[in-house]
Design a binder for this molecule. Sequence first.
Ligand code: RUB
Length: 332
Amino acid sequence: MSSVKEEVREIARDIKRMKIRGAGRIARSAAQAVLLTAQRSKAKKTKTFVEELEASARLLLDTRPTAVSLSNSIRYIMFRVKEAQKRNLELDDLRLLVIKAAEDFIQNSGQAIERIGKIGARRIEDGDLIMTHCNSAAVTAVLKTAFNEGKRFRVLVCETRPRFQGRITAKTLSGIGVPTSLIVDGAARSFMARVDKAIVGADAVAANGAVVNKIGTSTVALVANEARVLFFVAAETYKFSPETMLGQLVKIEERDPSEIISERELRSMSKVTVRNPSFDVTPPEYIDLIITERGIISPQAAIMIIQEEFGSITAEELMRYQTYSLSADDES
Ligand code: RUB
Protein backbone atom coordinates (compact mmCIF):
# COMPACT_ATOMS: atom_id res chain seq x y z
CA MET A 1 0.00 0.00 0.00
CA SER A 2 2.60 2.49 -1.18
CA SER A 3 0.27 5.51 -1.19
CA VAL A 4 -0.25 5.31 2.56
CA LYS A 5 2.36 7.40 4.28
CA GLU A 6 4.72 5.99 6.87
CA GLU A 7 3.16 8.05 9.66
CA VAL A 8 -0.19 6.35 9.11
CA ARG A 9 1.42 2.91 9.19
CA GLU A 10 3.18 3.94 12.38
CA ILE A 11 -0.09 5.02 14.03
CA ALA A 12 -1.77 1.77 12.91
CA ARG A 13 1.14 -0.24 14.34
CA ASP A 14 1.00 1.66 17.64
CA ILE A 15 -2.75 0.99 17.92
CA LYS A 16 -2.27 -2.72 17.17
CA ARG A 17 0.59 -3.06 19.68
CA MET A 18 -1.44 -1.10 22.26
CA LYS A 19 1.07 1.71 22.56
CA ILE A 20 -2.02 3.75 21.73
CA ARG A 21 -4.89 2.16 23.68
CA GLY A 22 -8.28 2.90 25.23
CA ALA A 23 -11.19 3.24 22.81
CA GLY A 24 -11.36 7.06 22.85
CA ARG A 25 -7.66 7.57 22.24
CA ILE A 26 -7.69 4.95 19.48
CA ALA A 27 -10.50 6.86 17.74
CA ARG A 28 -8.72 10.22 18.03
CA SER A 29 -5.46 8.73 16.72
CA ALA A 30 -7.30 7.21 13.75
CA ALA A 31 -8.82 10.61 12.93
CA GLN A 32 -5.35 12.15 13.21
CA ALA A 33 -3.99 9.52 10.79
CA VAL A 34 -6.65 10.33 8.20
CA LEU A 35 -5.92 14.03 8.71
CA LEU A 36 -2.22 13.37 8.02
CA THR A 37 -3.12 11.42 4.88
CA ALA A 38 -5.09 14.40 3.60
CA GLN A 39 -2.37 16.88 4.51
CA ARG A 40 0.46 14.89 2.90
CA SER A 41 -1.36 13.68 -0.19
CA LYS A 42 0.22 14.60 -3.52
CA ALA A 43 -2.85 13.44 -5.45
CA LYS A 44 -3.79 15.56 -8.44
CA LYS A 45 -7.29 14.18 -8.78
CA THR A 46 -10.13 13.90 -6.30
CA LYS A 47 -10.54 10.23 -7.12
CA THR A 48 -6.91 9.42 -6.22
CA PHE A 49 -7.17 11.55 -3.09
CA VAL A 50 -10.24 9.64 -1.88
CA GLU A 51 -8.54 6.33 -2.71
CA GLU A 52 -5.63 7.34 -0.49
CA LEU A 53 -8.02 8.19 2.34
CA GLU A 54 -9.75 4.82 1.88
CA ALA A 55 -6.38 3.04 1.98
CA SER A 56 -5.49 4.71 5.28
CA ALA A 57 -8.97 3.95 6.64
CA ARG A 58 -8.58 0.25 5.77
CA LEU A 59 -5.19 0.06 7.44
CA LEU A 60 -6.57 1.62 10.62
CA LEU A 61 -9.83 -0.33 10.71
CA ASP A 62 -7.95 -3.58 10.82
CA THR A 63 -6.04 -2.81 14.03
CA ARG A 64 -8.43 -3.27 16.99
CA PRO A 65 -11.67 -4.93 15.86
CA THR A 66 -13.69 -4.34 19.05
CA ALA A 67 -13.17 -0.56 19.23
CA VAL A 68 -16.35 0.71 17.57
CA SER A 69 -15.06 4.21 18.29
CA LEU A 70 -12.44 3.58 15.61
CA SER A 71 -14.90 2.75 12.83
CA ASN A 72 -17.13 5.61 13.97
CA SER A 73 -14.29 8.12 13.76
CA ILE A 74 -13.48 6.96 10.22
CA ARG A 75 -17.17 7.05 9.36
CA TYR A 76 -17.50 10.58 10.75
CA ILE A 77 -14.88 11.78 8.26
CA MET A 78 -15.66 9.58 5.26
CA PHE A 79 -19.39 10.26 5.41
CA ARG A 80 -18.58 13.96 4.94
CA VAL A 81 -16.18 13.14 2.12
CA LYS A 82 -18.83 11.13 0.27
CA GLU A 83 -21.41 13.88 0.71
CA ALA A 84 -18.88 16.47 -0.58
CA GLN A 85 -18.09 14.28 -3.59
CA LYS A 86 -21.75 14.35 -4.54
CA ARG A 87 -21.43 18.15 -4.64
CA ASN A 88 -18.30 17.83 -6.86
CA LEU A 89 -16.08 19.67 -4.42
CA GLU A 90 -12.64 20.69 -5.77
CA LEU A 91 -9.62 18.77 -4.52
CA ASP A 92 -8.26 21.55 -2.28
CA ASP A 93 -11.65 22.14 -0.72
CA LEU A 94 -12.03 18.43 -0.14
CA ARG A 95 -8.66 18.34 1.59
CA LEU A 96 -9.75 21.19 3.89
CA LEU A 97 -13.00 19.39 4.58
CA VAL A 98 -11.17 16.24 5.67
CA ILE A 99 -8.82 18.20 7.93
CA LYS A 100 -11.73 20.08 9.49
CA ALA A 101 -13.78 16.91 9.99
CA ALA A 102 -10.86 15.14 11.68
CA GLU A 103 -10.13 18.16 13.88
CA ASP A 104 -13.80 18.42 14.82
CA PHE A 105 -13.92 14.74 15.75
CA ILE A 106 -10.82 15.04 17.93
CA GLN A 107 -12.12 18.19 19.62
CA ASN A 108 -15.63 16.77 20.16
CA SER A 109 -14.14 13.63 21.63
CA GLY A 110 -12.10 15.61 24.17
CA GLN A 111 -15.14 17.69 25.09
CA ALA A 112 -17.29 14.56 25.43
CA ILE A 113 -14.92 13.11 28.02
CA GLU A 114 -14.94 16.39 29.94
CA ARG A 115 -18.73 16.45 29.90
CA ILE A 116 -18.99 12.81 31.00
CA GLY A 117 -16.67 13.74 33.87
CA LYS A 118 -19.07 16.48 34.99
CA ILE A 119 -22.26 14.45 34.53
CA GLY A 120 -20.83 11.29 36.10
CA ALA A 121 -19.34 13.12 39.08
CA ARG A 122 -22.88 13.93 40.27
CA ARG A 123 -23.36 10.22 40.94
CA ILE A 124 -20.32 9.94 43.20
CA GLU A 125 -20.95 10.60 46.89
CA ASP A 126 -18.79 11.28 49.91
CA GLY A 127 -17.74 8.04 51.59
CA ASP A 128 -18.28 5.85 48.49
CA LEU A 129 -16.18 2.79 47.86
CA ILE A 130 -16.00 2.47 44.09
CA MET A 131 -14.78 -0.47 42.05
CA THR A 132 -13.37 -0.08 38.55
CA HIS A 133 -11.76 -2.36 36.00
CA CYS A 134 -9.11 -1.64 33.35
CA ASN A 135 -8.19 1.90 32.39
CA SER A 136 -10.75 4.22 30.89
CA ALA A 137 -10.29 7.94 30.25
CA ALA A 138 -14.05 8.42 30.67
CA VAL A 139 -14.07 6.72 34.08
CA THR A 140 -10.96 8.60 35.16
CA ALA A 141 -12.68 11.86 34.16
CA VAL A 142 -15.68 11.03 36.37
CA LEU A 143 -13.54 10.16 39.38
CA LYS A 144 -11.12 13.07 38.90
CA THR A 145 -13.95 15.57 38.54
CA ALA A 146 -15.70 14.26 41.65
CA PHE A 147 -12.45 14.42 43.61
CA ASN A 148 -11.68 17.95 42.39
CA GLU A 149 -15.18 18.98 43.45
CA GLY A 150 -14.20 17.99 46.99
CA LYS A 151 -15.90 14.60 47.23
CA ARG A 152 -13.95 12.08 49.25
CA PHE A 153 -14.19 8.42 48.26
CA ARG A 154 -12.00 5.35 47.88
CA VAL A 155 -11.40 3.25 44.81
CA LEU A 156 -10.71 -0.45 44.32
CA VAL A 157 -9.04 -1.15 40.99
CA CYS A 158 -8.96 -4.63 39.44
CA GLU A 159 -5.46 -5.13 38.06
CA THR A 160 -6.91 -6.31 34.70
CA ARG A 161 -4.94 -9.24 33.45
CA PRO A 162 -3.18 -9.92 31.20
CA ARG A 163 -2.02 -6.37 30.36
CA PHE A 164 -2.49 -4.80 33.80
CA GLN A 165 -4.17 -1.60 32.65
CA GLY A 166 -5.61 -1.37 36.19
CA ARG A 167 -2.15 -0.32 37.33
CA ILE A 168 -2.39 2.77 35.10
CA THR A 169 -5.72 3.67 36.71
CA ALA A 170 -4.37 3.07 40.21
CA LYS A 171 -1.31 5.21 39.51
CA THR A 172 -3.38 8.05 38.05
CA LEU A 173 -5.95 8.12 40.86
CA SER A 174 -3.47 7.74 43.70
CA GLY A 175 -1.37 10.42 41.98
CA ILE A 176 -4.12 13.00 42.49
CA GLY A 177 -4.73 11.88 46.08
CA VAL A 178 -7.61 9.39 45.81
CA PRO A 179 -7.11 6.51 48.29
CA THR A 180 -6.72 3.61 45.88
CA SER A 181 -6.26 -0.14 46.35
CA LEU A 182 -5.19 -2.55 43.64
CA ILE A 183 -6.76 -6.03 43.74
CA VAL A 184 -6.43 -9.12 41.56
CA ASP A 185 -9.35 -9.59 39.18
CA GLY A 186 -10.43 -12.73 41.02
CA ALA A 187 -10.95 -10.74 44.23
CA ALA A 188 -13.81 -8.67 42.79
CA ARG A 189 -16.48 -10.82 44.46
CA SER A 190 -14.70 -10.90 47.82
CA PHE A 191 -14.82 -7.11 48.01
CA MET A 192 -18.14 -6.43 46.32
CA ALA A 193 -20.28 -6.61 49.49
CA ARG A 194 -18.47 -3.49 50.74
CA VAL A 195 -18.63 -1.60 47.43
CA ASP A 196 -21.17 1.18 46.79
CA LYS A 197 -20.77 1.57 43.02
CA ALA A 198 -18.87 -0.05 40.18
CA ILE A 199 -17.97 2.03 37.13
CA VAL A 200 -16.30 0.95 33.91
CA GLY A 201 -15.67 2.32 30.41
CA ALA A 202 -16.71 0.83 27.07
CA ASP A 203 -15.21 -0.16 23.77
CA ALA A 204 -18.65 -0.59 22.29
CA VAL A 205 -22.29 -0.16 23.25
CA ALA A 206 -24.73 -2.30 21.27
CA ALA A 207 -28.23 -1.32 20.17
CA ASN A 208 -29.76 -3.52 22.90
CA GLY A 209 -27.68 -1.73 25.56
CA ALA A 210 -25.10 -4.49 26.02
CA VAL A 211 -21.64 -3.10 26.74
CA VAL A 212 -18.39 -4.50 25.40
CA ASN A 213 -15.40 -3.69 27.58
CA LYS A 214 -12.14 -5.23 28.82
CA ILE A 215 -12.25 -8.92 29.63
CA GLY A 216 -13.43 -9.36 33.21
CA THR A 217 -15.91 -6.48 33.10
CA SER A 218 -18.92 -8.79 32.87
CA THR A 219 -17.71 -10.68 35.96
CA VAL A 220 -17.57 -7.41 37.89
CA ALA A 221 -21.10 -6.63 36.64
CA LEU A 222 -22.37 -10.05 37.61
CA VAL A 223 -21.00 -9.90 41.15
CA ALA A 224 -22.22 -6.28 41.47
CA ASN A 225 -25.68 -7.47 40.49
CA GLU A 226 -25.53 -10.31 43.01
CA ALA A 227 -24.53 -7.86 45.77
CA ARG A 228 -27.12 -5.23 44.65
CA VAL A 229 -24.33 -2.78 43.88
CA LEU A 230 -24.96 -0.10 41.25
CA PHE A 231 -23.10 -0.73 37.99
CA PHE A 232 -22.35 2.33 35.80
CA VAL A 233 -20.78 2.60 32.35
CA ALA A 234 -19.11 5.82 31.14
CA ALA A 235 -19.09 5.97 27.34
CA GLU A 236 -19.02 8.66 24.67
CA THR A 237 -21.77 8.30 22.05
CA TYR A 238 -19.21 7.54 19.32
CA LYS A 239 -18.73 4.18 21.05
CA PHE A 240 -22.31 3.20 20.25
CA SER A 241 -22.35 0.65 17.46
CA PRO A 242 -24.69 1.40 14.54
CA GLU A 243 -23.91 -1.98 12.94
CA THR A 244 -25.60 -3.73 15.85
CA MET A 245 -28.85 -2.05 14.81
CA LEU A 246 -28.53 -4.06 11.59
CA GLY A 247 -28.07 -7.29 13.53
CA GLN A 248 -24.27 -7.41 13.43
CA LEU A 249 -22.38 -8.61 16.48
CA VAL A 250 -19.42 -6.69 17.90
CA LYS A 251 -16.32 -8.72 17.16
CA ILE A 252 -14.33 -9.69 20.23
CA GLU A 253 -10.62 -9.27 19.61
CA GLU A 254 -8.50 -12.29 20.52
CA ARG A 255 -4.90 -11.38 21.24
CA ASP A 256 -1.63 -13.25 21.21
CA PRO A 257 -1.13 -16.12 23.72
CA SER A 258 2.24 -14.60 24.68
CA GLU A 259 0.33 -11.93 26.65
CA ILE A 260 -0.63 -14.72 29.06
CA ILE A 261 2.30 -17.13 29.02
CA SER A 262 5.76 -17.10 27.47
CA GLU A 263 6.25 -19.22 24.35
CA ARG A 264 8.92 -21.21 26.19
CA GLU A 265 6.66 -22.14 29.06
CA LEU A 266 3.80 -22.94 26.74
CA ARG A 267 6.06 -25.30 24.76
CA SER A 268 6.59 -27.28 27.95
CA MET A 269 2.83 -27.94 28.15
CA SER A 270 2.46 -29.82 24.93
CA LYS A 271 -1.31 -30.26 24.95
CA VAL A 272 -2.30 -26.83 26.26
CA THR A 273 -3.81 -24.19 24.03
CA VAL A 274 -4.25 -20.58 25.16
CA ARG A 275 -7.33 -18.45 24.66
CA ASN A 276 -6.96 -14.70 25.12
CA PRO A 277 -10.16 -12.77 24.34
CA SER A 278 -9.48 -9.13 25.10
CA PHE A 279 -13.07 -8.03 25.75
CA ASP A 280 -16.36 -9.43 27.00
CA VAL A 281 -20.02 -8.52 26.80
CA THR A 282 -22.03 -7.27 29.77
CA PRO A 283 -25.77 -7.75 29.16
CA PRO A 284 -28.04 -4.72 29.67
CA GLU A 285 -29.77 -6.38 32.66
CA TYR A 286 -26.59 -5.90 34.68
CA ILE A 287 -26.15 -2.23 33.82
CA ASP A 288 -27.94 0.46 35.84
CA LEU A 289 -27.04 3.39 33.66
CA ILE A 290 -24.76 4.64 30.92
CA ILE A 291 -23.17 8.06 31.37
CA THR A 292 -22.76 9.75 27.98
CA GLU A 293 -21.83 13.33 27.07
CA ARG A 294 -25.48 13.84 26.17
CA GLY A 295 -26.71 12.78 29.57
CA ILE A 296 -27.40 9.67 31.56
CA ILE A 297 -29.40 6.97 29.83
CA SER A 298 -30.65 3.52 30.66
CA PRO A 299 -29.06 0.77 28.56
CA GLN A 300 -32.48 0.26 26.92
CA ALA A 301 -32.20 3.79 25.45
CA ALA A 302 -28.98 2.96 23.56
CA ILE A 303 -30.97 2.35 20.38
CA MET A 304 -32.27 5.94 20.50
CA ILE A 305 -28.74 7.35 20.68
CA ILE A 306 -27.74 5.21 17.69
CA GLN A 307 -30.78 6.31 15.69
CA GLU A 308 -30.09 9.98 16.45
CA GLU A 309 -26.34 9.77 15.73
CA PHE A 310 -26.36 7.54 12.68
CA GLY A 311 -29.89 7.75 11.32
CA SER A 312 -28.78 9.70 8.24
CA ILE A 313 -26.16 7.15 7.17
CA THR A 314 -27.29 4.42 4.79
CA ALA A 315 -26.86 0.75 5.70
CA GLU A 316 -24.38 0.45 2.83
CA GLU A 317 -22.19 3.23 4.24
CA LEU A 318 -22.41 1.67 7.70
CA MET A 319 -21.20 -1.69 6.49
CA ARG A 320 -18.41 -0.07 4.49
CA TYR A 321 -16.39 1.08 7.49
CA GLN A 322 -16.73 -1.78 9.92
CA THR A 323 -13.59 -2.67 11.85
CA TYR A 324 -13.67 -6.28 10.78
CA SER A 325 -15.30 -6.53 7.36
CA LEU A 326 -12.09 -6.38 5.39
CA SER A 327 -10.36 -9.32 3.82
CA ALA A 328 -6.56 -9.54 3.69
CA ASP A 329 -6.76 -8.78 -0.04
CA ASP A 330 -8.17 -5.34 0.68
CA GLU A 331 -4.97 -4.39 2.44
CA SER A 332 -2.58 -4.78 -0.45
C1 RUB B 1 -9.30 -0.54 27.26
C2 RUB B 1 -10.69 -0.68 27.79
C3 RUB B 1 -11.36 0.59 28.26
C4 RUB B 1 -12.21 1.16 27.10
C5 RUB B 1 -12.69 2.57 27.41
O1 RUB B 1 -8.87 -1.70 26.59
O2 RUB B 1 -11.30 -1.72 27.78
O3 RUB B 1 -12.20 0.34 29.34
O4 RUB B 1 -11.45 1.18 25.90
O5 RUB B 1 -11.57 3.41 27.54
P1 RUB B 1 -7.42 -1.69 25.87
P2 RUB B 1 -11.66 5.01 27.26
O6 RUB B 1 -6.41 -1.38 26.93
O7 RUB B 1 -7.29 -3.10 25.34
O8 RUB B 1 -7.45 -0.67 24.76
O9 RUB B 1 -12.71 5.51 28.20
O10 RUB B 1 -10.28 5.49 27.55
O11 RUB B 1 -12.05 5.18 25.83
